[in-house]
Design a protein around this ligand. Structure first.
Ligand SMILES: C[S@@+](CC[C@H](N)C(=O)[O-])C[C@H]1O[C@@H](n2cnc3c(N)ncnc32)[C@H](O)[C@@H]1O
Length: 250
């Protein structure tokens, strides 16, 4: 059995009781840490509390060479850990399909996700979100403008946009960096940059930081340590406006 277990948002206390039971029962426990990160706990802390050795997997291990994981799941209990919910804004559906294709039973133990946490922290209604997008760190001759195109399509439909920020082995994109990159995209596309943003840091921790305002304002805010995420809101419903005024300094 291959069980996808969500770790939740911030530290090792965010896993569900069901998830913890599955980890403790498993013969092999894998963790992918390229789609999200548990910033409040190290892998060694998780190993100590879960009582299991954890094998780290990179993107290639999961997307190109998942054979070992699937083979072991055919012969015993394997847990595959992911930050947040394992099936939200990841490509792990592919791993589940491959396992099923090889006759391996699978199941999912869900967890809190950044996609729902932003609704609580920013007070933006979940059914008013359009397609989400991701802002990558630009490379030498690579500066995609598709994230701003997605934001503009959503704004035209009066929908909010959830903007995931790049995670790399040695760095995490911050709210201010993401806004500066989006503003550069606006220059390239010769289109206006968004006039309002909501920045969120460390959802799920004891000290999340949430701030709403113009790009100029949010670039000067110190959101503190990662992870960070950004929302570009559409026109605000009066309750959304009141919520951001009350909890995000709008
Ligand atoms: C690709 S998404 C994966 C979402 C994950 N599967 C989930 O359900 O939460 C990861 C991105 O979401 C944002 N993110 C995830 N957890 C966060 C947290 N606790 N606080 C702020 N942003 C977070 C970051 O921008 C990060 O790069």
């Amino acid at each position: 059995m291959l069980t996808f277990v969500g770790l939740g948002l911030f530290d090792l206390k965010d896993i569900s009781v069901k998830g913890l039971d599955a980890v403790r029962r498993a013969e092999y426990v894998y963790l992918e840490s390229y789609t999200s990160r548990m910033m409040g706990s190290s892998v060694s802390e998780m190993e100590a509390v879960f009582g299991k050795e954890i094998v780290l997997l990179g993107r290639e291990d999961v997307e190109q060479h998942p054979d070992e994981v699937i083979r072991r799941a055919r012969d015993g209990d394997v847990v595959f850990l992911t930050g947040g919910d394992p099936m939200v804004s990841t490509t792990h559906a592919d791993l589940r399909i491959r396992a099923a294709g090889m006759g391996v039973a699978t199941s999912i133990i869900h967890a809190s996700s950044i996609a729902s946490a932003v609704c609580g922290l920013a007070g933006l209604q979940n059914y008013r979100f359009g397609k989400s997008c991701s802002v990558p760190f630009p490379a030498k001759s690579w500066f995609p403008t598709t994230p701003l195109e997605t934001i503009r399509q959503n704004l035209a439909l009066n929908l909010h946009t959830l903007v995931y920020l790049d995670i790399q082995p040695d760095r995490y994109m911050r709210v201010g960096e993401a806004i500066a990159i989006i503003e550069r995209m606006a220059e390239i596309l010769e289109t206006p940059a968004p006039s309002l943003y909501v920045g969120i840091a460390r959802a799920g921790s004891e000290h999340p930081h949430v701030a709403a305002g113009t790009g100029e304002l949010l670039k000067s805010v110190d959101f503190g340590p990662p992870l960070h995420i950004l929302v570009v809101p559409a026109d605000l419903h009066p309750v959304e406006h009141e919520y951001l005024r009350t909890f995000a300094g709008l």
